[in-house]
Design a protein around this ligand. Structure first.
Ligand code: B12
Ligand code: SF4
Length: 501
């Protein structure tokens, strides 16, 4: 710990909707904190800071040389700017920097909107924050540091820097040791950066390799990854890890070899951890999955996103329904739990396209309320914005969010009825998923099997009602006005809820 109180750095992020998404550590903030720790800074990390800044945090901020505010999602930007004004009031002399994926493509706007901010970090923060810290300590100007956007006279200067090539050279994210069991024994880890695919709706392809024009996915070595896992077990009593990489496998043979090596090294650890990964559907391979399962793999997140040709082409997924079906039957056969990304609606959705999506979800028993109601999230700077504007979609920007109307009015009626009529299913889904998660993480195999069957029954009933809504809208009626439909949903939800007990 540094002796000079001026060598303090506060890394903080505003709260998000934790009730809907669950709480997690902020790896971005913690990665930047680890870099500063290497520079002998005294760091304090506050993930998910509530609206009112706690007194202890404000006191630390008042003596900090650097305050870094992180925004992972663009939705968080207004809350981040409020937090920045509060912190500026208590720390008039600190350098205040904003960073994280949620603020990418927006640095100009936030610097114009918040005079409390000194700079915005472009893309990856590791080396940029290190250099900024060195400048601040030496009393030098930060204007020569690549990777920063800042006010320069009446202009805003933004000077990107190349991304980190050697990820093994970075320190592990800062997690204060000695605090007992870490977050219920669950940690998150990032083992790679960027994604080989360039799906148009996704920030990762832009933020990572696409923006930097890098030909490949960058990854940490298997040895380095498992060294962090070992540290998490040793220092923090961690039992489960969620790997948050955009694509754990990296889309090539080298990435697959790395996964095999990670599995081999994990098996050599004193504790078998359970873990989850995220990857593309066309990369799932039975032998590799079995090897990972033996090393503790319990859950896979795959992005299917759509099941009709128009949306798959719009999103540039470069995958097919047949590949998606194969991936799902493989995961089911190997008894590996999975979850899928799915975007039911986009501004130009057609009733026909939504019906194809619903039929797919029904056939595979994959429907959930969130998937059925989900609509494409656009944020300022997203590559699809220009595409939609050119096709006459009216996009409205407010509070750093992009909103839109569906070009087909009947699609708007359909989505509204999904939100309204199907809402009672959310309660039974949540209960079933909570019970299932508990069984999976405690290896209660038989009970988990029973709950998985109930989850399939819930899905079947939910999509069945969604299809009935669709049929009514297609015939010109409004399903949310239909009392019979509502009572049918209530009855079905009651029966399903009874089965969970
Ligand atoms: C984990 C995760 C979540 C977790 C977050 C938990 C948490 N507290 O961290 C949960 C599940 C809650 C979540 C939810 C959502 N997510 Co999410 N999520 C991710 C994911 C997979 C990993 C983030 C991560 O830890 N990365 C690893 C770290 C090391 O990288 P990093 O954060 O980029 O940090 C680096 C730099 O950004 C920078 N940096 C970061 N912070 C700071 C701070 C400072 C001060 C500085 C200087 C620099 C800096 O330096 C770091 C090191 O180089 C990313 C995709 C990805 N692979 O990154 C999507 C991602 C962030 N999510 C995204 C989205 C859209 C969502 C949802 C809106 C999805 C939805 N429709 O429901 C929700 C929003 C929740 C809400 N209520 O608002 C988008 C954000 C797009 C955007 N511009 O808004 C991403 C980028 C996915 C994507 N491919 O598009 N998500
Ligand atoms: S495969 Fe996933 S992470 Fe990669 S660009 Fe597409 S949606 Fe984003």
């Amino acid at each position: 710990m540094a002796s000079d109180p001026n060598d303090r750095a506060l890394l903080i992020s505003p709260a998000y909707d934790i009730s809907a998404y669950g709480s997690a550590e902020s790896l971005g903030l913690r990665s930047v904190a680890a870099t500063l720790l290497r520079e002998s800074a005294e760091v304090c990390v506050v993930d998910e800071c509530p609206g009112e800044v706690p007194a202890g945090v404000a006191k630390f901020a008042a003596s900090a040389r650097l305050i870094g505010v992180g925004v992972l999602f663009t939705r968080q930007v207004p809350a981040a700017l409020e937090l920045i004004s509060t912190l500026r009031a208590v720390a008039p002399a600190a350098h205040l920097i904003l960073g994280g994926q949620g603020v990418q493509f927006l640095w100009q706007r936030v610097l114009q909107d918040s005079s409390a901010l000194d700079s915005v970090c472009l893309y990856e923060g590791d080396d940029t924050v290190r250099d900024l810290w060195r400048c601040l300590r030496a009393g030098r100007s930060f204007n020569t540091i690549p990777g920063l956007a800042y006010r320069n006279g009446g202009q805003i200067t933004a000077d990107p820097r190349s991304p980190v090539e050697d990820l093994d050279a970075l320190p592990f994210p800062y997690r204060r040791a000695g605090t007992g069991v870490y977050r219920d024994g669950v940690a998150t880890m990032s083992t790679s950066r960027g994604c080989m695919a360039h799906c148009t709706f996704c920030q990762s392809g832009n933020y990572g390799n696409r923006y930097h024009r890098l030909p490949r996915w960058r990854s940490r070595s298997a040895k380095n990854v498992v060294a962090e896992v070992a540290e998490l077990i040793r220092e923090h009593d961690v039992t489960a890890i969620s790997f948050v990489d955009d694509d754990f496998f990296g889309g090539d043979a080298q990435g697959h070899e790395r996964a095999y090596e990670i599995a081999r090294l994990l098996r050599g650890l004193p504790r078998r951890i359970r873990f989850s990964i995220e990857c593309r559907i066309n990369e799932l391979d039975a032998d590799l999955l079995l090897t990972l399962r033996a090393a503790g793999l319990r859950r896979v997140l795959i992005g299917i996103e759509a099941a009709n040709d128009a949306d798959l082409a719009l999103f540039a997924k470069k995958t097919t329904n047949a590949q998606a079906e194969r991936a799902i039957s493989l995961l089911r056969r190997l008894e590996i739990d999975f979850t899928i990304g799915f975007i039911m609606f986009q501004p130009q959705s057609s009733l026909g396209g939504v019906r194809e999506n619903l039929d797919f979800l029904y056939r595979l028993r994959l429907g959930t309320y969130r998937r059925i109601a989900n609509r494409l999230e656009l944020y300022p700077g997203a590559p699809l914005n220009g595409y939609f504007r050119r096709r006459g979609v009216a996009l409205r920007e407010s509070a750093y969010r992009v909103d839109y109307d569906f070009t087909d009015a009947s699609v708007a009626v359909l989505r509204r009825s999904f939100l309204d009529v199907l809402e009672p299913y959310t309660h039974v889904e949540r209960r079933c998923q909570t019970a299932l998660f508990r069984c999976i993480t405690t290896d209660q195999i038989e009970q988990a099997g029973r709950l998985k069957q109930i989850a399939k029954d819930i899905s079947e009933a939910l999509v069945d009602h969604a299809i009935r809504c669709w049929e009514r809208v297609a015939s010109g009626a409004e399903p949310d006005m239909d009392p019979d439909m509502r009572s049918a949903v209530t009855r079905r939800v009651q029966v399903l809820g009874g089965a969970i007990n």
